[in-house]
Design a protein around this ligand. Structure first.
Ligand code: PMV
Length: 330
């Protein structure tokens, strides 16, 4: 099954029709507490396992789509023009192509990201979610949020979760066409929960999550354990959210991230996103925890850490990590 078949199935009796000349949307970035790692279908970004994330309230991507008469699509990322022969350009235009209502319909695509791009801060997640939402408006589509989540997934797996704010669970699903692989919000409010960004490097990662995931699935002997670990962590994390049990939630999230990185490190050739400074920061967390501070971390496909703590611990967290950038969740 191809992406075009999925889009046809989603649009059924709808015909993309440009109703306005421009549309703009913001989508938040999301950080997984229980990670998605490994695909059962690489064309449709269907995951091996379910995952659960929390969105950052005001960090993410704002995307403006405007119809142009240049006979070519132009992409601007934080005002810088993206080269047409770059991978970034091709990936986004391939996605837009799934909806192009007629041949000479071209767009100016302005992307404003207030997070580092491709540095393990889920820039593709918020990017493809924002594009999906803006396309819906531009082409007068009538897709439900669940359908938009399926659509965004075709651009980047974790984008399925960036349609919503707050806690979001993405169900892996089992269907070959992926119609049961979508995310949904948990509708749970926890204002005291905080996340802090520790940006160790904002350079683009050397190995994409797409390549790293596939190599892990293909070569890591430990990958067989990963779905079992996720199943256990998901139960714990859901329960911890329901009971607002911080240590249970953050402990499971940290253990889940470390297991994901251990699994990918056992791939061949090995994959290690951590820099020496990443490990040093982890050790600072563990030392602070030994000394009684409720502080945990998670890490995605990059060297940066995201700290997890409660509002009441902010002064102590700032003492241990003066460089921390505290983000609003929800
Ligand atoms: O959606 P992708 O291809 O950017 O992969 C995301 C992978 C992780 O961020 C490491 C985990 C996750 O669930 O977000």
């Amino acid at each position: 099954m191809k992406k075009t078949d999925v889009v046809a199935q989603l649009l059924k009796n709808q015909f993309p029709e440009p109703v306005v000349n421009q549309a703009q949307y913001f989508a938040p970035t999301n950080i997984a507490l229980c990670k998605y790692w490994g695909k059962r279908n690489t064309e449709l970004n269907l995951p091996v396992n379910s995952s659960l994330s929390i969105s950052l309230a005001d960090k993410g991507a704002t995307i403006k789509l405007a119809v142009n008469d240049k006979q070519v699509d132009e992409i601007f990322l934080n005002t810088k023009k993206i080269a047409e022969d770059s991978q970034f350009y091709r990936r986004l235009i391939d996605f837009i192509d799934l909806f192009r209502p007629k041949k000479n319909w071209n767009l100016d695509i302005e992307i404003e990201m207030n997070i580092p791009v491709a540095a393990g801060l889920a820039s593709s997640a918020c990017g493809f979610a924002a594009v999906s939402l803006a396309l819906q408006k531009l082409l007068d589509l009538h897709l439900s949020e669940k359908q938009l989540s399926i659509l965004a997934r075709l651009g980047s797996g974790s984008a399925a979760r960036s349609i919503w704010k707050g806690f979001v669970e993405w169900h892996a699903g089992i269907d070959a066409d992926g119609m049961d692989s979508f995310a949904e919000p948990l509708n749970s409010d926890w204002p005291e929960l905080k996340m802090g960004l520790i940006v160790i490097s904002d350079k683009e990662k050397l190995i994409s999550s797409r390549v790293a995931m596939q190599r892990t699935v293909d070569t890591s002997i430990l990958y067989g354990c990963w779905p079992k670990k996720v199943m256990r962590d998901l139960v714990i994390i859901r329960q911890a959210i329901n009971n607002q049990n911080f240590n249970l939630l953050a402990g499971a999230a940290e253990s889940n991230a470390l297991s994901m990185h251990a699994t990918m490190m056992s791939s061949w050739p090995p994959i290690c996103y951590s820099l020496p400074e990443t490990i040093a920061a982890m050790q600072r967390v563990w030392k602070a925890r030994d000394e009684g501070l409720s502080l945990f971390f998670t890490q995605d496909a990059g060297p940066n850490l995201k700290l997890l703590f409660l509002e009441a611990s902010i002064p102590q967290v700032k003492e241990v990590f003066p460089e921390v950038e505290i983000c609003s969740l929800g």
